[in-house]
Design a protein around this ligand. Structure first.
Ligand code: SF4
Ligand code: SF4
Length: 384
C-alpha cells in the first residue's frame, strides 16, 4: 500500500543528477546550500539553480575525519566528506556555495570548505528578536545579493525577487499540503516515505516540476486516505519527531520507530516543517529584503538563543497531528540541540502532557539494536 508516485521519487535523485549536469553543459549557474537559512529566493532571482548539498550519509565520514575532529556532528562531517571526496554530484556542479554562521562546528568547517569552492557566509544574528537583529539580517540579505550579482555578472531586480518569492511560497504550500496528509487517522503514508519525498525534493533542479510532483503525490495520498487505505493499524502510536535534520541515509530512527509499530506523522525538524511554517510576506508595499529577512530570521533553529519558536511549533504540530508522543533526535556532538533537549523534555511532559524520549546517535548502524530496545520500551509506555 505504497503510493505509486513514490516510484518517481525513488528515481528522482539519479534523474536530478542528469538534469543538473545537462544544465551545466548549457551554461546555467548553480548555487549549493546546506542550511534552511539560505535565502533561495535570491539565488533564483539571480537566474541560478539552488540545490541542497549532500550531508546525510555515513560513507564520506571517514574521509572527513582526516581533517576534522572525530567528535563532531555527523552532519558536518558528512557534508565536508562529500565535498572533499567529489562524491556529491551537486557539490561538483555548484559554481558557488552559500553558508550561514549557525552552530560553531558548521561555521568553522565552512572555513575549510571555502578553500575548495567560492563560498559566501552570511552572518546570522544569535537571536531572532533582539534589538537590531532584523536590520542586521536585512543587511546580510543585501550583501548576499551584491555578491551573487558580482559573481554572476547579473543585476537582480526587485521584480525578479518578488517573482522568486511567489515561486518559493508555492513550493512551501505544496510541501505543507503533503505534510498535512498524515493528519488522517491512520496516516495513509509512512513517515519514511514522507521524509524521502520531502528530502529528495530538495535536490530538484526545476522548481515548477518539483512543485507538480509534490502536488501529485499529495493528491494521490489524499485519495488513498479517502478510501481508508493505510500501511498502519488504527492504534499505531502517532509520533512527532523533533531535533536535528534527518535525510535519506540518516533515517534510521524513523525506520526503527515504524518497524516497531509506530507511525511518524509529524516532522518538526529542518528537513520537515520548520522551514515551511512561515511564508515570505508577499505584500507589494513591503520592502522585499525586509520580507525575506523576517521569514528566515524566524526559523526556530537551536542556534538561536532563546529559541521559544521551537516550543511553539512543537505545541502546534502536536495538537494538529494529534500525536501520542514526541521523539527528540540529536546527532552526537550537536551541542545546541543536545542542551535544548532539557527544555523540550520539560515542555512536552509538563505543558503538552505527552511522553517524551531523547535519542542521541550518529549516522552509523553500530547502535541500531540498542536504539531498538529503547524505542520499543517507549512505545510500550505510550500504549500503556
Ligand atoms: S538545524 Fe539549524 S543549522 Fe541545521 S540546517 Fe536547520 S537551520 Fe541550519
Ligand atoms: S546537527 Fe547540530 S551540530 Fe550538526 S550541523 Fe546541525 S546544529 Fe550543527
Amino acid at each position: 500500500m505504497r503510493p505509486e508516485s513514490m516510484k518517481i521519487f525513488d528515481d528522482l535523485r539519479n534523474l536530478n543528477v542528469l538534469t543538473i549536469q545537462n544544465a551545466k553543459k548549457n551554461g546555467e549557474k548553480v548555487v549549493g546550500c546546506y542550511c534552511t537559512y539560505s535565502p533561495q529566493e535570491l539565488i533564483l532571482a539571480a537566474g541560478a539553480h539552488s540545490v541542497t548539498l549532500c550531508g546525510t550519509r555515513q560513507e564520506p565520514v571517514a574521509a572527513a575525519e582526516r581533517d576534522l575532529p572525530r567528535n563532531l556532528c555527523p552532519l558536518i562531517k558528512s557534508s565536508y566528506g562529500f565535498a572533499i571526496t567529489g562524491k556529491c554530484p551537486y557539490f561538483e556542479a555548484a559554481d558557488l556555495l552559500v553558508a550561514e554562521t549557525t552552530c560553531d562546528g558548521k561555521k568553522k568547517m565552512y572555513e575549510l570548505m571555502g578553500k575548495i569552492k567560492p563560498m559566501h557566509v552570511m552572518n546570522l544574528p544569535q537571536s531572532a528578536d533582539s534589538e537590531g537583529a532584523l536590520e542586521q539580517w536585512t543587511q546580510e540579505m543585501h550583501r548576499f545579493k551584491a555578491w551573487l550579482e558580482q559573481k554572476f555578472a547579473v543585476q537582480i531586480t526587485e521584480e525578479d525577487i518578488r517573482k522568486a518569492i511567489k515561486l518559493m511560497n508555492r513550493e512551501r504550500n505544496a510541501l505543507r499540503r503533503l505534510h498535512a496528509v498524515t493528519k488522517f487517522k491512520p496516516s495513509p503514508i509512512t513517515g519514511v516515505d514522507l521524509l524521502v519525498s520531502v528530502w529528495t525534493k530538495g535536490f530538484n533542479v526545476n522548481k515548477e516540476e518539483g512543485i507538480k510532483l509534490v502536488e501529485d503525490l499529495a493528491a494521490e495520498v489524499e485519495a488513498m486516505a479517502a478510501r481508508g487505505e493505510s500501511p498502519f493499524t488504527a492504534d499505531a502510536p502517532r509520533i512527532l519527531l523533533t531535533g536535528c535534520p534527518v535525510g535519506f541515509g540518516s533515517e534510521k530512527v524513523v525506520r526503527l520507530l515504524e518497524e516497531s509499530g509506530a507511525s511518524v506523522v509529524a516532522f518538526e525538524n529542518c528537513s520537515g516543517y520548520k522551514s515551511l511554517d512561515r511564508l515570505v510576506d508577499e505584500d507589494p508595499n513591503k520592502d522585499v529584503m525586509v520580507a525575506l529577512a523576517e521569514k528566515y530570521l524566524n526559523i526556530p533553529c537551536s542556534c538561536m538563543t532563546p529559541n521559544q519558536g521551537r516550543l511553539e511549533l512543537i505545541g502546534k504540530l502536536a495538537k494538529e497531528y494529534e500525536v501520542d508522543g514526541v521523539v527528540d533526535l540529536t546527532w552526537q556532538a550537536c551541542h545546541t540541540y543536545n542542551v535544548e533537549a532539557f527544555v523540550i523534555r520539560d515542555y512536552v511532559q509538563k505543558q503538552l502532557n505527552l511522553p517524551y524520549m531523547h535519542l542521541e546517535t550518529d549516522y552509523s548502524e553500530s547502535d541500531v539494536e540498542q536504539l531498538r530496545v529503547r524505542v520499543q520500551a517507549f512505545l510500550e509506555l505510550i500504549q500503556g
